[in-house]
Design a protein around this ligand. Structure first.
Ligand SMILES: [Mg+2]
Length: 254
């Protein structure tokens, strides 16, 4: 079988399920590390800083560092700075998004006349924030959604995700956002650019057909679907097939 050199690995549903560890996922990362194969955790979560992700992974038995974490927050910074040397940005989001965007001296927070409105998951969302975002988008600011996930699975509940919030702003402003996270090709292109990797060397690994696997289709990168998370074989039976499908990641030989 083809030897992939860079594995872009999802977190929730792949390495853990909320607080529960997925042993086959953790074991997969250990096998990559033992073989000296390169990997990155490619998550759509924008609420945590890379340090927080590293800590969470440590709690599940994965030893890694911030250089192995890539989030839509990082891809968003890169997307913005590619378009403007210095940018004023109105942000809806949590610490992961604020910290990353404002770590760049060229990006500043502005709720008066921003160039960009960036919307990420915010559990302290208010009407006032939505109203401010809509006003700036109507006045010409570029609307960026960090990710389009409509729901977030949490136990037996499906929480409203960032995509649902972006939909509300889209309807109210009449402008659709540019989405950065999976399934957009943008986050994949940005991560490959940053780490200087060829698409043909990479494999996207995840449990969600609509985000992880679709990101592979949209960017031309091979995909490995693990059935340890949201989707089952029946869910994808009639659909375009991933490069590989496994019941769990122990089944995938490196
Ligand atoms: Mg997942």
């Amino acid at each position: 079988m083809k030897q992939y050199r860079m594995f872009l690995i999802d977190l929730d549903g792949t390495i853990y399920r909320g607080k529960e560890t997925i042993e086959s996922g953790v074991n997969f990362v250990r096998r990559l590390q033992a073989k000296g194969l390169d990997y990155l955790f490619l998550t759509n979560n924008t609420t945590r800083t890379p340090e927080m992700v590293v800590n969470k992974l440590k709690g599940h038995g994965v030893v890694t560092d911030v250089n192995h974490i890539y989030t839509p927050c990082m891809a968003t910074s890169s997307y913005i700075l590619e378009r403007k040397k210095t940018a004023k940005v109105y942000i809806i989001g949590q610490i992961g998004l604020f910290n990353e965007l404002l770590s760049h001296p060229e990006i500043s927070y502005d709720d008066q006349k921003p160039d960009f409105v960036v919307v990420g998951m915010d559990t302290d969302l208010t009407y006032h924030k939505i109203r401010t975002a809509v006003r700036h988008i109507r006045n010409g600011a570029t609307f960026i959604g960090t990710n389009s996930d409509l729901n977030l699975p949490s136990g037996d509940e499906l929480l409203p995700g960032n995509g649902s919030v972006c939909k509300m702003i889209e309807v109210a402003s009449g402008v659709a956002p540019v989405y950065i996270g999976k399934p957009s090709n943008i986050i994949v292109d940005k991560v490959l650019q940053k780490f200087n990797r060829e698409k043909s060397d990479c494999l996207i690994v995840g449990d969600n057909y609509l985000t992880d696997i679709a990101a592979g289709f949209n960017s031309g990168v091979d995909t490995l679907l693990t059935l340890t998370g949201v989707h089952s074989k029946a869910d994808i039976a009639e659909k375009k097939q991933p490069s590989f499908v496994v019941n769990n990641l122990n089944e995938f030989e490196l």
